[in-house]
Write a protein that binds this ligand. Structure first.
Ligand code: ZN
Length: 202
């Protein structure tokens, strides 16, 4: 076996740690990067560092942003009486692509999953409750995924919010069950939003 230069080996190892990047792809990317000119490599490396340094959680909704308050929270055309609760920032993007919702969001950054040992302390729930105590929120729409963890999370949040007298609804997933919001097309998402059902009613 030919000995590979240590720097190349290091680069391959780091790339290999990324999700969806197997050893072979990591090798291909490493050699591609080495073939780039110096300026291009520098731009690539700097954009990774800058993204990590500049991106933070919005002080209101916990979505990822470059500023203290994200673009959606600081847009006064958005309906402040609605909060749509999603699992991850990519779900906000999916919802915005569907262009069917004009309220605000709250990003949990996870789900409650007893099987995986994740409980309510592992998601951004406290901040959501704080928002409800200070803002004029009329409805919280839960848009966690249509799978076991998403459902568990939705029921948990709904139970808490119902006790606080907040109207809680769940978006209605029509067809595919078991997927993630980000994989649905715009029509599925907007239909799910339109057909949302109220939770916690006896
Ligand atoms: Zn925000």
């Amino acid at each position: 076996m030919t000995k590979r230069a240590k720097s190349i080996e290091n680069l391959i190892r780091e790339l290999n740690k990324l999700p969806g990047i197997g050893r072979k792809t990591a090798q291909r990317l490493a050699y591609y990067i080495i073939d780039l000119d110096k300026v291009e490599v520098k731009t690539l490396a700097e954009s990774i560092v800058a993204a990590k340094e500049n991106v933070k959680r919005c002080k209101i909704c916990d979505n990822l942003t470059d500023s203290d308050i994200c673009e959606i929270c600081s847009n006064n055309k958005r309906d402040e009486s609605l909060i749509c609760v999603v699992e991850y920032p990519k779900d906000v993007e999916a919802m915005e692509r569907a262009n069917c919702y004009k309220g605000l969001y709250h990003v949990l950054h996870g789900v409650i999953s007893p099987i995986r040992g994740l409980n309510a302390d592992d998601i951004s729930l406290r901040k959501l409750l704080q928002r409800l105590s200070t803002n004029k929120v009329e409805e919280v729409i839960i848009a966690t995924g249509p799978n076991v963890d998403g459902e568990t999370t939705a029921i948990y949040i709904s139970n808490i919010l119902s006790k606080l007298g907040v109207k809680v609804s769940r978006i209605a997933y029509g067809l595919p069950v078991g997927g993630d919001l980000e994989y649905y097309d715009e029509l599925t998402i907007s239909t799910a939003m339109e057909n949302r059902t109220v939770m916690g009613e006896k």
